[in-house]
Ligand binder design. Structure first.
Ligand code: NAD
Length: 264
């Protein structure tokens, strides 16, 4: 336990259960002394999020559906009343119809394209827009992305297109908020078995492929994403903004892995 985040207050969005990437990040921040608030989507998740929040000393658990502008406003109004100021936010939210996270990208429907872009891309901009008004200088905003934004990955389809747009928004937001000394970054996480990930076709095979082919010969844990998030959310990352930081056991650098092949 360090005191890296002592005196800092942060909002964690996207906690569904203890497998969520948001939870790995929340624990890392809490261990480093941060004070946390959580938002959750829908009443069904509240009973899961309440005890997790309590276990890191937080009693600020607020509803927010990021598809609804009024819901985002209500969240930040509540935070304004409780805290006044804010030091960091974590946006660990994505959504697409899982029927379209298999098969061909070319078959994506217009309605799911728009929903995926709305919930997985625009929501980060909408949240940063509210957060900016409450943020102390030195503030930090973080979202989560995936390699499927850069290269074609099986079944990732419309989410890959959405993540590419999310990564571009990180760069534009970084420029907008940089003048106020607020940083905006993304972590491109390796595959982790979460609720959202289980909606992706052949996810187990993709996990295995990552294990065989990443330089570290393994996948990553939510704790490891948490540690890297701590760097970007804290003063350790004070000169880093607009960045998409890969926490993926190095998978993204490999074009082709060396194998002990017999003479070809
Ligand atoms: P998760 O299912 O634990 O979290 C996804 C969260 O999104 C849930 O808490 C869900 O409630 C929330 N959400 C969906 N629609 C919402 C809405 N309209 N309003 C508010 N919240 C909403 O899964 P996760 O894997 O921890 O996902 C977190 C982020 O990490 C996502 O952006 C995901 O794309 C990204 N990511 C995941 C992986 C992976 O392999 N798991 C890899 C790279 C990036």
């Amino acid at each position: 336990t360090s005191e890296l985040m002592k005196g800092k207050r942060g909002l964690i969005m996207g906690l569904a259960n203890d497998k969520s990437i948001a939870w790995g990040i929340a624990k890392a921040c809490a261990d480093a002394g941060a004070e946390l608030a959580f938002s959750y989507q829908g009443d069904a998740l509240k009973k899961r999020v309440d005890p997790l929040a309590a276990s890191v000393g937080s009693d600020i658990v607020l509803p927010c559906d990021v598809g609804d502008e009024a819901s985002i406003d209500a969240l930040f109004e509540s935070l304004q009343e409780r805290w006044g100021k804010l030091d960091f936010i974590v946006h660990a939210i994505g959504f697409s119809d899982k029927n379209e996270l298999r098969g061909r990208y070319v078959d994506t429907s217009r309605s799911n394209f728009l929903t995926s872009m709305d919930i997985s891309v625009y929501s980060f901009t909408a949240v940063v827009n509210r957060a900016e008004k409450m943020m102390n200088p030195g503030g930090s905003c973080l979202t989560l992305t995936y390699y499927g934004a850069e290269k074609v990955m099986p079944h990732y389809n419309v989410m890959g297109v959405a993540k590419a747009a999310l990564e571009a928004s990180v760069r534009y937001l970084a420029e907008d908020l940089g003048k106020d000394n607020i940083r905006v970054n993304a972590i491109s996480a390796g595959t982790i078995k979460t609720l959202a990930a289980s909606g992706i076709g052949d996810f187990r095979l993709i996990m295995k492929w990552n294990e065989y082919n990443s330089p570290l010969r393994r996948t990553v844990t939510q704790e490891e994403v948490g540690k890297s998030a701590l760097y970007l959310l804290s003063d350790l990352g004070s000169a880093v903004t607009g960045e998409v930081h890969h926490v993926d056991a190095g998978y993204h650098v490999v074009g082709m892995k060396a194998v002990d092949a017999p003479d070809i």
